[in-house]
Write a protein that binds this ligand. Structure first.
Ligand SMILES: [Zn+2]
Length: 107
């Protein structure tokens, strides 16, 4: 289910760290075949992120209803953990696509 992206030209599998680097920079050059590609975050991340986010809100509501005194730190911590999870899974929802220059060449 979770897969790290591959080079659209040669199919080289990118490691987690390399994928994060590729997301940050606009144009990437494959270290294996020296061809250009772009990193695109897959829309599926919204579904994958949506579920923990709903869970996060539910936990927040439960915590708020049980604690009459406003305790922002645990709420903040729970929210932060979920944001961190989403951030960590982004490379698994990234695809590498050929740049538009390559598309023009194909006609
Ligand atoms: Zn390549």
């Amino acid at each position: 289910m979770f897969r790290l992206p591959v080079c659209p030209h040669c199919g080289t599998v990118y490691r987690y760290k390399d994928t994060k680097k590729a997301i940050k920079s606009k144009d990437n050059i494959c270290y294996h075949c020296n061809k250009k590609f772009r990193a695109v975050i897959f829309p599926g991340i919204l579904i994958a992120a949506g579920l923990p986010l709903i869970l996060c809100i539910v936990i927040n509501i439960i915590m708020l209803s049980r604690m009459k005194e406003a305790q922002m730190i645990p709420l903040f911590a729970v929210t932060l953990v979920f944001i961190l999870i989403i951030y960590l899974i982004i490379p698994f929802f990234t695809k590498f696509r050929k740049t538009e220059e390559d598309k023009k060449d194909k006609g």
